[in-house]
Ligand binder design. Sequence first.
Ligand SMILES: [Ca+2]
Ligand SMILES: [Ca+2]
Ligand SMILES: [Ca+2]
Ligand SMILES: [Ca+2]
Length: 438
Amino acid sequence: MRGRMAVAKSLSISNNGSYIGANMRFISNRVNRGLVAVWFSVAAFATIGSAQAIERIAAGATPASIQAAVDQFRADLGGLNPNNGQSFKNGRREINWDGVPDGGSSPNSILPDFFNFNSPRGVMFSSTAGPFVQGTIAQPMQVSASAASGVPTRFGNINPTYTNEFKAFSEQRIFTTTPESNVLEITFFIPRTNIPATVNGFGAVFTDVDTPATHMQFYDQNGRILLTPSGSIPTADKGLSFEGVTFTDGTRISRVVIVLGNAPLSVGNTDGLADIIDVVAMDDFIYGEPRALQHHPADFDGDGTADLSIYRPGNGQSQWFIINSGSNTIDVRSFGLTGDIPVDGDFDGDRLSDFTVFRPTTGEWFRLNSSNGAVSVQAWGQNGDKPVPGDYDKDGKTDFAVWRPSDGNYYIIGSSNQNLQKTGWGQPGDIPIAGAAQ
Ligand SMILES: [Ca+2]
Ligand SMILES: [Ca+2]
Ligand SMILES: [Ca+2]
Ligand SMILES: [Ca+2]
């Protein structure tokens, strides 16, 4: 092994192909929430759209007041997926709390991972600022009791006034953090696994929002706070409020923080006390299908698990046969021509593998972007090169790369900055590990 290392900014390899790479960094347009507030006083809901996010907001006295906004948000996210332990490329999940058994409801706490393992919907809950009490569930959260259980409904078990203070959107259970904290944190997982995930949208129903204190904060996969949503949940005394945001530009939510009023539910925190206390509870959660936070090799459906995938060279068109590990469904697709070499990678950064081939005769890469179905072409490499795509620059996106047996060099285009890199590593006769199957 010669072990020489060199980096060159320009190479003899042509780089005249189009490069299409979505920048996943998020810069949102702030929405005019002041305008929204005015609309609420006269209308049941309002819709705010930007190039990058669709925001559905509504508030009013009854479920009908927010129904249209909720249904629009559902349509923004796509069809409802079953909670059967499977995972899907698209669609949405919902939690209405109503299927939680009495044993997991007030006055008992619900397990923080109930909706990832017991009823697998890919979310975990935690509550900040709560004191840890050894030997108990440190951060107890409650789903309210059913009428049949005999326990007072809508958190009347915590404070008798709450039953008349709170309303359900979907009868009859609602949800709260209690009693130490009014801040809820939600993180996402591939259902029934510990594989961290993100979603493209999140929305929630709130009840008895009286002040601007109640709001949601979304964080992206880098831990940066997103600018949407940017304001408070609209108020509706003893009524229902809804806000849902769907990102349409590839932005992913990895964590949601919800601040509920200005005080947690407790026997001493009667709503309106001293014209200060504002307690708020929640009903339905609606969110996009969780997708793996990081790309995993040969993962075409985004469940963080490699899919059995075969490329069958054809006389002319070649075919791909994929078993989606999340849903046990099969995708068959024609992509590539005789002589092409199939490669694996997530070049467009949506965490799903893209159908991609390297064409030695022309030194071109053809790929079908999983994010939008568009075909893009990149010139990189020449006949005789071994395609060795991988994430060489740590940005989470696959880089175009070849290893050239004739000179023992790696040639890489960094996806983060398009910089060209030439590194000597290996010698004629060696086999690069990435792409070794070719
Ligand atoms: Ca309140
Ligand atoms: Ca998979
Ligand atoms: Ca992709
Ligand atoms: Ca990269």
